[in-house]
Design a protein. Structure first.
Length: 117
């Protein structure tokens, strides 16, 4: 069973759209190109402003996924400029950096990268 990241965020934006092309150089000096991926892969950056309870829930989710090891589902909220589509993603990093301020309030960003199904 694949988990779902359903924690509210302040803002999300596309960080990149990436293709993967394989270039083979032939003996005659020409080259051939082919797609390694059928569709482009996207990445997003989500920004959070959370209290202690919500931040701990997101930290626990990050721990349950073991950083970038395990993929999960995430829906890009159409009310926040997204397309309303659900994506299979993973954390882009094994490190979750948090800026913790007064009374447990925090600001942080998380990057997701799309995973091919």
């Amino acid at each position: 069973m694949v988990d779902t990241f359903n924690y509210p965020y302040k803002q999300a934006h596309v960080n990149s759209v990436q293709y993967k092309t394989i270039v083979d150089e032939t003996f005659t000096g020409g080259e051939q190109r082919r797609d390694a991926w059928t569709n482009p892969r996207m990445s997003w950056v989500l920004h959070f402003e959370k209290n202690l309870t919500n931040r701990n829930a997101i930290v626990n989710f990050f721990k349950s996924q073991k950083g970038r090891k395990t993929a999960f589902y995430w829906t890009w909220d159409s009310s926040k400029g997204g397309d309303g589509q659900q994506y299979l993603v993973r954390f882009a990093s094994d490190v979750l950096d948090l800026k913790i301020m007064e009374e447990g309030y925090s600001m942080f960003s998380i990057k997701f990268v799309e995973v091919a199904e």
